[in-house]
Structures are given as C-alpha cells and as structure tokens.
Design a protein around this ligand. Structure first.
Ligand code: ADP
Ligand code: MG
Length: 698
C-alpha cells in the first residue's frame, strides 16, 4: 500500500496541486476568491479550468460533472465528456472556464416545492470554489450550488454557504468588541460522526423491504439484541475490518480526514468519525463518505444501510454533529480560556448558543425531520424529540452563580464577575458523560445528536449558524451602543440571557418519562414526528430570522415546507406498498403452505391410527389459521387507507393521514406477521430473519 501521506488527497485538486499547476497570478486570484468570497475573473476561470482538466486527464479522466446537493438530501451529477471536435475526424479534450463556473442541468426533475411553478423550470449550477474539485469514478467533480434562474436556492449548499457568511460577520463584530484586531476570519467547524449498519448482500437481496425502503418492515425480534452490550467498541470482525481499511483509503484519496472507526451499540452497527473541518467542506465530505460507504460495501459482498431505523427493537443510526467556531488566529471560541477576559468572551459565545437553541428549538427539530428519523426521535431511543442542552454540572453552576450573583467557589468565597474572575477548567470527562442529550456541550464544542444517519448535515448547520448569528447580532447591537463600563454591560447581558433561556438546559436523563412532563412545564416543544414539526418552515418567527439574514427567502422556506411534507408522504406510501406486496405475495402464501403441511400431517397421522396424538399440529394450525385471517384483514385495512390517501389533495393533511392512519395500519400488519414468523417453519418463511441478518457477518 502506498504510504498514507502520499495517498492523501491524490484525487483532489487541492491547494497543493493548484500551487504546482497554476501560474502564480492565477493561483493568487483564485485564493482571494476562496478566502474572501471575491468573484472570479472569467480569464482566471479559463486558466483554472484548463489546469484542472490537464490534471484530471493525466489520471485517466474523460468526463466532468457539476456535483450538487438538491433537496433530495443526496447528491446529483450529470456527466459531460471533455471531447471537442476540431474537424471531421479529430477531437481534443477541452474544458472552459465557462463550463467550470456554470452548468445547466434540467431542474424540472428535482424537488422544488412549487418554486418551479412560480418561477422557471430551468436551473443552473454554480461552482463553489471554497470546496475543492475531485475525481470520483473517473470523472472530474466540481462542487456546485444549484439555483433556479430566478436565483432561488434549489439545493442544500446555497443556504449553508449563506449562513456561514452571516455567522462570520456577526462573530467578527463580537470579537472586535473584545479587541481581537488580528482576527480576519471566523468559521464554523463541524465533525460529523457517521453511524451505519453493514449486512451481508445475500440477505439484503432477499428482502424487498430493504431494497425498496432501506429498512425492514417485517421481522420478529431476535432472541439476542444488544442487551449484553458486547458489540460497542468490540473487536472488529475481519470482514468488517477489511471494509473499513478500504473505506479509509478511498476517503483519504478524496481528502476526507477519516479518523476513527469502531463498532457501535447494535450488532452489525459501526461508526466512522472524521477530523473536523469547515462546515461546507464537512458537508461535502459527509456526502462523499456516505456514498463511499455504500460503494466499498458492494465490493466486499456487503450492503451498507444508512437508514435511521433498519431494524425494529435494535438501536437506530444517527449522526453526531460536532459544531464549533474558530478564527484564522487558531482560537476556538467555545473553549474556556485562561484569563478573565478570555472567559468573558467564551461566555458570550456560550450564551449565544444557549439562547439560539432555546429560541429556535422548533426550527432545529425541523432541520432533522424525516420519516426515517421519526423512528429514533419519536421512539424511546437516542435523543428524544425534545430539544435541550446539556452543559454539565460545573458549567451550569457557574452560570447559576452569575445569574444570581451568588458565590460559586466555596474556597475563594467569591462572586463570579465577568471580566474579573477566571473560570475553572473543566476536564472533558465531566462534560461528556451524558449520551442522551440532543445538544451537548463537550468541553470546546457542541454536539447536536438529533441528526439522522441518512441525512445531509446541511440543514441543521444552516439553522445553527443562522440562529447563533442572529443572537450574536443582537448582543453586538447592545454592546456597541451601550453606555458605561464594558464588563458591566457584558455581565448584564449574560445574566439576562441565562435568566431567560436556562429552561433549555437539562443535565438529566433525556429518556426518562419524567423529563417529558418537566419539559412541558418549562414550555419546551415536544414535536415527535415530521408532520408535527416541519411547520417551523412557515412559522413567521423563523421566516423573519432567515429572511432578515438573507439565508432563505420566504418563497424558499415555503418550498422547503412543501418538499419535506411531500417527501414524508411519499416515503410512507412506498413503505406501505412494499408491505402490501410482501404480505400478499410472500408472507400469506408461505403461511398457507405451512398450514397445508400441518393439515396434511394431521391427515396422514390420523389415517395411520386415530390414537396418534396430533395436538401440536392441530393447535398450531388453529393459531396460525386465526392469525392468517387477521393478517388478511390487516392487509385489507392497510390497502383501504392507502387508497384513501389518494383522495387527499392538501399536503399537510396528507402527511398527517399517513402518520395517523397508514403508519398505524402498517404497525398492526407488522405485529401480526411477526407473530406468524415465530410460529412458522423457518424453511417456509420467505425472507431471512432479523437475527440472521444482524449476526451474519463473521
Ligand atoms: P466522541 O467522544 O463524541 O466520539 P471525539 O472527541 O472523538 O468525540 O470527537 C468527535 C468529533 O468531534 C470528531 O469528528 C472531531 O473531529 C470533532 N471535533 C473536535 N473538535 C472540534 C471542533 N472544535 N469543532 C468541530 N468539531 C470538532
Ligand atoms: Mg459523539
């Protein structure tokens, strides 16, 4: 194997490659664009495009594509070759600045939530020079934003980039007040920990539910699940280990900083964590990671499941979005400092996050919505659907002492005064013990744990960035104009923030039933499902937030509301249809065949002698027959609801219908079928069991 440092980034047109291949002036101009968001001169674009093409062609590449992130949540690409005819018989490989900067994929087949009707059917992709071009499948991929001709964002990257600009601007205002003259750039950093399941392809192929929906819609609970907790951080099986190795290598070539690979809580569940990077790069890289996970799996006879809940009764998969702010001078703004001055600065950023999460909890919940993730957040696992913040006891006590002007340190007998006192350093250990919190402070960053494993990390980060930026802007407005002593004003501001928003802080067990009650008393939202929470996109308060900072227009938010509702209904509909097919064409026939065998056995035995005991066969046949009748009824009931859904025109009403009626019927059908599974001869059962699947990899 090539040494890792030599391998790393070999498929990326990164800074090092640009420096080597671009004329000095072009390199400088491009760098300006990357660093400061300046627009790129067309002549410069031509030179860059040509250098990119030469570099790619040397690596055997023949095609290029604008790689973008439509509202489907995954990535899209349309390949064009570099060939350009010079006469009847000859072609050359060409790639112009124009082709680099702008593409025109047909937008009409991507979800647009009404944007298409109101505006133009055509869309265009625009190069995002802040994310490097790379080679995938022998194709040069240009990371791009995707917009309609009216300028509306049809993708997930555009709002994210806008939100990054907003938070940069507001954080810089605050830092200036603290005298950080040398800070010219503030960026949000993200490290997404990605969970996934790895199963044998042979089993996967036998399960229409996995093939069509990514999750099992039937399947009795296996005798052993994850209760022994013997999988978490357990020894990695050779087959999985070989997979992880190859995955790491593929990701390293793409410049993805894949760092940690380990087994997760559930059998067959694993996790990959990269080293954090700037948010939009982290987002692109997470998309690439998910894609590579699937691709590499197929080379190993495996299938990688990214669904949030592939198996009932077994932990689902999420994504932990570690988020912080850092400056070009190397400061992490969520890291408590050594001096009173640094601490005051830390506290203001900390309070901004607390306030933002409290004020925009509904929007944060909506940013991780989806039919798949509902099974985690609404169920009794992973973080609950209620958004709250874990700070750890020490930090919570410090905030309380600030709020109440009480002493916080018994040894020093002192009252914590902003700008005067230094805070104690908290070791990471004391801040990272709570695994149930949806939004946890982990020493120098916040970990948002509500994200679903299959989702783009774009939406939640767009919301965090904008919400925190908004609070920072209000803090800056106050501090820039307030009369009197700066530290006094700061103290006042922080006390007010704590007082008004401490309700969002919860250090206890998020799975506890009493928390639901307590949260209700505190006035916190508990939005269990997607139809319940996506309304946040049309809530005037949120519309005001995003339009004020120009992250979304009102139209873009309306569109998203519609897309998420529609998507939810479509997913549940596909699941229901898959269940109906499986139940009718596989389960019911299997059960009938087994019943026949039981009946035949009774007849055979009785023919030999009426004295032979047939109790087992008769009783089993009786039970199975009544359950089969129930199964048949459950099928009909589900079918009736699926048919009924076709008559509902309103998107919201439809989503609620799927949630309240169709999902309930699906559950009933599943329960009956799962009971039958445990009574039916395994050789009759038409697909592998949950146990077979999750314990299959050796
Ligand atoms: P865990 O205990 O949750 O596994 P780790 O310390 O391994 O936590 O870190 C998890 C993720 O957090 C990694 O992807 C890491 O790169 C990321 N991370 C660390 N520091 C920061 C930061 N300042 N900003 C964003 N992400 C960070
Ligand atoms: Mg974590």
């Amino acid at each position: 194997m090539t040494k890792v440092p030599e391998l790393f980034g070999t498929l990326v047109f990164n800074d090092k490659t640009m420096k080597e291949r671009l004329p000095k002036e072009t390199y400088k101009a491009l760098h300006k664009t990357i660093e400061n968001g300046k627009s790129l001169d067309p002549n410069v674009a031509n030179v860059v495009a040509n250098a990119m093409k030469d570099w790619a062609v040397e690596k055997g590449v023949t095609h290029f594509t604008h790689w973008f992130q439509p509202m489907t949540g995954i990535t899209a690409e349309k390949h064009d070759s570099f060939i350009s005819p010079i006469d009847d018989a000859n072609v050359i490989m060409e790639f112009s600045g124009k082709e680099l900067i702008k593409g025109e994929p047909d937008a009409s087949s991507f979800p647009s939530g009404g944007l298409r009707a109101t505006f133009e059917a055509r869309g265009y992709t625009a190069w995002d020079p802040t994310s490097y071009a790379f080679i995938k499948d022998d194709t040069l991929c240009i990371p791009t934003a995707f917009c309609s001709y009216g300028g509306e964002a049809l993708d997930k990257k555009t709002p994210l980039l806008r939100s990054m600009e907003v938070i940069t601007k507001q954080a810089k205002r605050i830092l200036k007040l603290f005298g950080n003259e040398d800070v010219t750039m503030v960026k949000t950093t993200v490290g997404p920990e990605q969970e996934y399941f790895l199963i044998d392809k042979e089993y996967y192929d036998k399960r229409p539910d996995l093939v069509y929906t990514g999750r099992t819609l039937f399947g009795a609970k296996p005798p052993k699940g994850q209760e022994l907790e013997d999988h978490y951080f357990g020894t990695i099986k050779p087959r999985v280990s070989a997979y992880m190795r190859e995955l790491d290598e593929e990701l390293w070539k793409l410049g993805v900083l894949a760092k940690t690979e380990h087994n997760e809580a559930a059998p067959a569940q694993h996790e990959l964590a990269p080293i954090y990077s700037t948010t939009n790069i982290a987002t692109d890289h997470n998309q690439l990671t998910m894609e590579m996970m699937k691709k590499v799996a197929s080379r190993h006879g495996l299938v990688c499941l990214l669904h949030e809940k592939p198996f009932e009764g077994i932990n689902g998969s999420g994504k932990h979005n570690n988020w912080s702010l850092s400056t070009n001078t190397g400061m992490n703004l969520l890291e408590p400092g050594d001096t009173p001055h640094q601490n005051a600065q830390f506290l203001i950023f900390l309070c901004a996050v607390i306030q933002a999460v409290d004020e925009y909890q509904g929007m944060l919940r909506a940013s991780v919505a989806g039919a798949g993730n509902d099974h985690r957040l609404g169920g009794n696992e992973a973080p609950p659907a209620i958004v709250s913040i874990f700070l750890g006891e020490e930090l919570t006590e410090i905030l309380e002492s600030i709020e109440k002007d009480e002493q916080y340190d018994s040894k020093e007998q002192s009252i914590m005064k902003i700008g005067v006192h230094t805070m104690p350093k908290f070791p990471r250990d004391t801040t990272d013990r709570n695994r149930t919190s949806p939004f946890a402070f982990t020493g120098n960053k916040f970990e948002f744990r509500m994200l679903g494993s299959a989702h783009s990390i774009s939406s939640p980060n767009t919301v965090i960035n904008t919400a925190v930026a908004d609070v920072l802007s209000r803090y800056a407005d106050f501090l820039e104009t307030a009369q009197g002593d700066f530290n006094e004003n700061l103290h006042k501001l922080i006390r007010k923030a704590i007082k008004e928003h401490k309700r969002i802080i919860f250090n206890g067990n998020g799975y506890d039933a009493s928390w639901v009650e307590e949260a209700k008393k505190r006035g916190l939202l508990n939005l269990e499902t997607t139809p319940d929470c996506v309304k946040a996109y049309i809530d005037p308060k949120n519309v005001e937030l995003f339009t004020k900072h120009k992250v979304f227009t009102k139209t873009e938010m309306d569109a998203r509301y519609e897309i998420y509702l529609e998507n939810y209904s479509k997913i549940v509909n596909i699941e229901a249809l898959t269940m109906l097919d499986m139940a009718r064409m596989q389960i019911l026939p299997a059960v009938i065949a087994f019943s026949k065998e039981l009946g035949d056995t009774v007849n055979t035995k009785t023919a030999v002698s009426s004295k032979i005991n047939t109790t087992a066969e008769v009783e089993l046949l009786t039970k199975i027959s009544s359950l089969s009748a129930k199964l048949y009824k459950d099928i009909e009931a589900l079918q009736a609801d699926v048919d009924g859904a076709a008559d509902i025109g309103d998107a919201e009403e439809l989503a609620f219908f799927y949630k309240d009626n169709v999902l309930a019927k699906m559950n009933a059908l599943r329960q009956t079928a799962d009971k039958l599974e445990t009574m039916t001869d395994k050789k009759f059962w038409p697909f592998p069991s949950t146990g077979d699947i999750i314990f299959s990899i050796r």
